[in-house]
Design a binder for this molecule. Structure first.
Ligand code: C2E
Ligand code: CA
Ligand code: CA
Length: 550
């Protein structure tokens, strides 16, 4: 069986019960034996006494035959008894085997999940009596899926076996080792309540050993593990709670950069609850139209002219008010809702901005998870067509990290979008690799300098040097620059001295809702020529068109 298949577990209780039903009953044999022996004693006593006293009667030969038959019966009974005993022994051996099969993971020989529950239950009770505690590790390999995809399931299976044996070697002899499924393991052991550093030592050793290369057949495979730790403390009631906590801590270890051990603490549970609440909120809020675009001005700092807007998502929550993207974008990414969220924000922004002066552009943020979607370019182009927004007025903002994590797909997406006339900006530049070769490898139209350098440009010499260097880089590659985070006129003056560039930030205006953006543009005579009635009619026509095409 491979790790890819589901494990069909034999139900332990049922297996043992079935075997017991087939087991011959020794009670019957014993009863026959006892009857025969008591008959032998009764008949034999009379016949032998009569023979010895010389008072044998005519009936005694019959009784003697009965006696002989009785002896035969005892012998048969004895043989049967021996057979039954032998059979019983082999049945209990089979029952033992069935029990082992039902509680073990066939690949690694470790306990399976159900057996782990039972074993930990026992360990908790024992530890409690001895006033000690139980530590539970949940261990997950960091790159198993990748190794499996690259080298095949056979190598994957062998790796899992080697991982199991390294775990068994590193853990104390009394540890309860289990495979929870896939590349997830658990192990529990008792420790001194007052000395949890013992647990840290074991965890550290385990992490270290699992990060050493594995020789699998003729290949060397490198992986690492993330480990979550929970402990019993007299208050943890159930094994499920211990397991859930270790699991939460394991995910925290992954989030903190993998290849490490992290203890569970109460705040993690609260974070998880908040995260789940946000996920439910997004699911409910999407169909209710709670996610809307805000617009942040982008200014040509040389001329002071408005060039366009960066579109930033906001969640207009019915009870909590406006929620910022830091709270919901990463959750939407994790739970696979980012595409839908991004599409609804883009659609609203395109429908609005197509009526604006044709010189105004829109910049849209694309997150790392979206860049893994091979259909992303098609989805954006479809939206542009449906809303009738000109592709040359759209700029897509992608961060360096997101790009180079998904280089192959990203390249294809970028070239499809560029073919349609969409522009591509490299967002948050300076915070990631800041690689020149990367910059050259992809056909960017603009570099955006991260706001952390801009907002500190007047206080921090290093920031100033970085902004200066990026500006020179842009000049030599013929890539225009946008500075983010222009918070005051001092920053603006400083940037103007460095060179011509676009700027955005609180100094020019904070991100604003549609209504405010409209007012602003109306005041600048950039709203387009339609009257409010004409705009409403147009919107209605679009809606009907969309309904027909859906
Ligand atoms: P970002 O792309 O770097 O966006 C710029 C952020 O800087 C925005 O935060 C903006 O409000 C903020 N900002 C603008 N001017 C200033 C300033 O002068 N000083 C300071 N301190 N901050 C300023 P926001 O709107 O909270 O967005 C945060 C991040 O969320 C964005 O960072 C972007 O990565 C992401 N995001 C926002 N909307 C979307 C969206 O529709 N889709 C995706 N995928 N990501 C989005
Ligand atoms: Ca951005
Ligand atoms: Ca940015």
């Amino acid at each position: 069986m491979t790790q890819g298949e589901f494990q069909v577990e034999l139900d332990e209780d049922e297996a043992v019960k079935a075997l017991a039903e087939q087991t011959p009953r020794p009670v019957i044999t014993i009863a026959i034996g006892l009857m025969a022996i008591s008959m032998f004693a009764a008949i034999g006593g009379v016949v032998i006494a009569n023979i010895l006293n010389g008072t044998a009667t005519e009936r005694d030969p019959i009784l003697a035959i009965a006696l002989l038959l009785n002896i035969a019966l005892i012998l048969i009974g004895w043989r049967h008894h021996k057979e039954v005993t032998r059979e019983l022994a082999s049945h209990s051996e089979a029952a033992k085997r069935a029990r082992a099969l039902a509680s073990r993971d066939p690949l690694t020989g470790f306990y399976n999940r159900r057996a782990l529950n039972r074993e930990i239950q026992g360990a908790l009770a024992k530890a409690d009596q001895r006033q000690r505690a139980v530590a539970l590790f949940v261990i997950d390999l960091d790159s198993f899926k990748f190794i499996n995809d690259l080298n095949g399931h056979h190598i994957g299976d062998l790796l899992l076996k080697s991982v199991a044996s390294r775990i068994a070697d590193a853990m104390p002899n009394s540890a309860i080792n289990a495979r929870l499924g896939g590349d997830e393991f658990a192990t529990a052991f008792e420790f001194d309540l007052n000395d949890p550093s013992e647990v840290d030592d074991v965890a550290e050793m385990l992490i270290e050993r699992l990060s050493q290369p594995f020789a699998v057949e003729d290949q060397t495979v490198q992986t690492s593990a993330s480990l979550g730790i929970s402990r019993s403390d007299g208050q943890v009631e159930s094994v499920e709670t211990l397991l859930r906590r270790a699991d939460i801590a394991m995910y925290a270890a992954k989030k903190q950069g993998k290849n490490r051990a992290v203890w569970f603490d109460g705040s993690m549970e609260r974070i998880l609850e908040t995260r789940n609440r946000i996920e439910t909120g997004i699911r409910n809020g999407l169909p209710n139209g709670e996610f809307v675009p805000y617009y942040e001005k982008q200014i040509d700092m040389l001329t002071g002219q408005l060039r366009g807007f960066e579109v930033l998502a906001r969640w207009e929550h019915p009870t909590r008010g406006t929620i910022m993207p830091d709270e919901f974008i990463s959750v939407a990414e994790e739970c696979g809702l980012i595409t839908e969220l991004s599409e609804t924000v883009m659609r609203q922004a395109f429908l609005e901005a197509r009526e604006w002066d044709s010189s105004l552009t829109l910049s849209i943020n694309i997150s790392p998870a979206q860049l893994k979607d091979t259909w992303l370019a098609q989805k954006i182009i479809k939206l542009l067509t449906e809303t009738n927004f000109p592709p040359h007025r759209l700029e897509i903002e992608i961060t360096e990290t997101a790009l180079f994590d998904n280089m192959g797909v990203a390249q294809a997406i970028i070239s499809s979008l560029k073919n349609q006339g969409v522009k591509i900006a490299l967002d948050d530049f300076g915070t990631g690799y800041s690689s020149l070769s990367h910059l050259r490898a992809l056909p960017f139209d603009r570099i955006k300098i991260d706001r952390s350098f801009i907002s500190s440009i007047n206080e921090d010499g290093e920031s100033e040097a970085i902004v200066d260097a990026i500006t020179r880089l842009g000049e030599s590659l013929n890539l225009p620059i946008t500075a983010e985070g222009v918070e005051n006129d001092k920053i603006e003056r400083r940037l103007k001295k460095i060179g011509p560039m676009h700027g955005q930030g609180w100094y020019f205006g904070e991100p604003m809702p549609i209504g405010e953006a409209r007012e602003l543009l109306a005041g600048m005579d950039l709203l387009g020529s339609m009257t409010p009635e004409e705009r409403a009619e147009q919107a209605l026509r679009d809606l009907q068109k969309l309904r027909r095409s859906a």
